[in-house]
Design a protein. Structure first.
Length: 273
């Protein structure tokens, strides 16, 4: 009787042992995660490179993508780039070109997305700085004349100031008979002397200033015909030496003879009387 119990106990113990082993065996045999499931962490298998780190709108940028062979749906996008199109270049490489878009200055992200051969996601990023090149301010040119009026033969000093890289400067005016070339000091200052034309007429004339072949300013210049500092009237014919007579108690003033003046004075006195 005791022996039978012993056999039964052995049988029960073996059954329990087998039952305990079965679940452990089932866990070890469960299928491992597929390659596709694990591909969500495969972002690092792709890379994105730009030929420049910064540029102004309109600059061409070369894009290079590295990804596993057989990758599909590769796309590069950014607000800073216009129409990026990739083409296979062999050995898991794709290339393309794009131009920097007309966007505000700043830093922009560039993103790569795609699908790996095993169906997983591909992703990579890069940075692009956009900085428009602000054109230098236009040189402030100036024109200065030593006088704003003159008579025939008068010399007028001319000074023009421009940017240092300007190649030529001159002024032109009918008051000066045409063009007056100026000489540079090599630092943007041009000087010269204009002469008022001999045949100039009384009036106002424009003096046009040019720098680098382009007119940048006009000033008004007035003239009075008749040079030599004399008034623009017909000169009086001087008396001959024999026509001069010196009244008593006075000096010779160069006036008409006294005997020609006396009748007029006497007539005036009679009138007033």
């Amino acid at each position: 009787m005791r022996k039978a119990v012993t056999l039964a106990a052995i049988a029960l113990t073996s059954t329990l042992a087998l039952g305990a082993a079965a679940p452990a065996f089932a866990t070890d045999a469960s299928p491992s995660p597929s390659a596709g499931q694990g591909a969500s962490s495969s972002d690092s298998s792709a890379s994105l490179q730009l030929s420049v780190a910064s540029g102004k709108p309109g600059t061409e940028v070369k894009v290079t993508v590295k990804a596993p062979k057989g990758s599909t749906a590769l796309s590069v996008s950014s607000k800073a780039l216009e129409d990026v199109r990739l083409s296979p270049a062999g050995d898991g490489t794709w290339t393309g070109t794009a131009k920097i878009a007309k966007v505000a200055d700043g830093n922009y992200g560039v993103s790569l997305t795609g699908t790996a051969p095993d169906g997983g996601r591909l992703q990579a990023t890069a940075q692009l700085t956009v900085k428009a090149e602000t054109p230098p301010p236009a040189p402030v040119s100036s024109l200065k004349l030593s006088a704003d009026h003159g008579r025939p033969g008068d010399k007028i000093g001319v000074t023009v100031r421009t940017a240092a890289d300007v190649k030529n400067a001159y002024v032109a005016s009918d008051a000066f008979g045409g063009r007056v070339d100026l000489k540079s000091d090599g630092h943007g200052t041009w000087t010269g002397t204009a002469v008022v034309a001999k045949d100039v007429k009384t009036g106002y004339y424009g003096v046009h200033a040019f720098a680098g072949g382009k007119e940048f300013d006009t000033v008004r210049f007035s003239t009075e015909a008749g040079g030599g500092g004399k008034p623009d009237v017909k000169p009086v014919t001087p008396l001959k030496p024999g026509e001069h007579k010196t009244p008593k108690g006075s000096v010779n003033t160069g006036q008409a003879p006294a005997d020609t003046v006396a009748p007029a004075v006497a007539a005036e006195a009679t009138t007033h009387a």
